[in-house]
Design a protein around this ligand. Structure first.
Ligand SMILES: Cc1ncc(COP(=O)(O)O)c(C=O)c1O
Length: 400
């Protein structure tokens, strides 16, 4: 009899973490590797947030808190939703977890029965797919190719909905593509969803603040209030506040769902770190001026990377609206051979070649459900990005 439960055999470890770890191992072994796989800002957590954490420790805020978040943090989250998204939630409609990932995990685990379908537009953040599998649900991929801006079209959503559809997961700006939905695009998707009252919506707004070129972010329940009663609006402090290690994410939604998520959390991790919660209160209530400053840097990096990748033979890289990822196509390299004579059959081969030949670690599109592409995280210094793109240019030019 297998030690490992069957449900676990359905999933794989996160491929992005796998590649990031591989890059770290190669680095530790002395190779000159540039890791562009990890999805986290290279900026440090702002000082006022760190100070709030230190104060929390000194004041003895080091005990258990309410399972799904302190009242203070829930109030800060309610104020944030009101101020930035025009969404009204009461504190009992807020769930705080150990990262956005736990909030997502709780929501799906609390609601998905075996055989329930969850629509996941592809390319998708890898965790959506595997968490649905872990819940014994059926992830349903709707392919959103580059010529649709990697975005879900209303007609494709309509065609994917069945009586078994429980959730749609909509992520904007997107990991891995960086593309973001305009208000009109969300409105059109909302129109479809209004016609299917059994479908819940998980709006993953984790990259809300990371948008460029005057793009205006909007959230689904804000654009289509008729969906408010069946939407979980997911967000967190990891990305915009440079707090990936602090592990605080949150969601706003209907009380019944939030309660069920709290019950689950009470039997797994209990509350997120009390100190991180105090820091998150300061993040949400404190000065926000570092966000546009960081975004100005991200935008320059995005433009640098898009420009340099579009000079690579066989690659094509669209300019995304947000997040800190680009998702170029490597279709023009497929079928070519490396200087060692190895054929590039797919995006995994291409990424393996980049790592072997030039020490550049990126994640193949197959991990995100849409090939032949790869994802670059440009949340690293201009020097590293420029060097990495020079290496990619050289690797592409060497293919025959
Ligand atoms: C689209 C998306 N949603 C949610 C998360 C979860 O973030 P965290 O658990 O670090 O708060 C991530 C992290 O990579 C993400 O890319």
């Amino acid at each position: 009899m297998s030690l490992i439960a069957e449900r676990l055999l359905r999933i794989k470890p996160s491929p992005t973490i796998f590649i990031a770890n591989k890059a770290m191992e190669l680095k530790a072994a002395g190779r000159n590797v540039i890791g562009l796989a990890q999805g986290e800002p290279d900026f440090d957590t702002p000082d006022n947030i760190k100070e709030a954490a230190k104060r929390a420790i000194d004041k003895g805020q080091t005990k258990y808190t309410l399972v799904d978040g302190t009242i203070e943090l829930k109030q800060a989250v309610c104020a944030k939703f009101k101020r930035e998204n025009g969404l009204t939630y009461e504190t009992k409609q807020i769930s705080v977890g150990t990262g956005g990932k736990q909030v997502l995990y709780n929501a799906l685990t609390a609601t998905v029965n075996p055989g329930d379908e969850v629509i996941v537009p592809a390319p998708y953040w890898v965790s959506y797919w595997d968490i649905v599998l872990l819940c014994e649900g059926t992830p349903v991929s709707v392919v959103c190719p580059q010529n649709n801006g990697f975005k879900l079209r209303p007609e494709d959503l309509e065609a994917a909905i069945t009586p078994k559809t429980k959730w749609l997961i909509l992520n904007s700006p997107s990991n891995p593509t960086g593309s973001a939905y305009t208000r009109d695009e969300l409105k059109a998707i909302g129109e479809v969803l209004v016609r299917h009252p059994q479908v819940w919506v998980l709006a993953d707004d984790m990259y809300e603040h990371l948008v460029y070129d005057d793009f205006t972010f909007t959230s689904l329940a804000q654009v289509e209030p008729r969906l408010y009663d069946r939407t979980l609006t997911l967000n967190g402090v990891s990305k915009a506040y440079c707090m990936t290690g602090w592990r605080i994410g949150y969601g706003g939604g209907p009380v019944e769902l939030i309660k069920a998520m709290a019950a689950l959390q009470s039997q797994s991790t209990t509350n997120p770190s009390s100190i991180s919660q105090a820091a998150a209160v300061e993040a949400l209530n404190g000065p926000q001026d570092f966000i546009p400053r960081n975004n100005a840097v991200f935008k320059l990096r995005r433009d640098l990377v898009v420009d340099m990748l579009n000079r690579c033979v066989g690659l094509h890289c669209p300019t995304p609206e947000g997040a800190f990822y680009v998702y170029p196509s490597c279709a023009g390299t497929i079928g070519k051979r490396t200087p060692q004579g190895k054929k590039i059959g797919n995006d995994t081969d291409f990424c393996a070649y980049l790592l072997d030949a030039e020490g550049v670690a990126v994640v193949p599109g197959v991990a995100f459900g849409l090939s032949p592409h790869f994802r670059i995280s440009y949340a690293t210094s201009n020097e590293e990005l420029s060097e990495a793109c020079t290496r990619i240019q050289r690797a592409c030019a060497a293919l025959r």
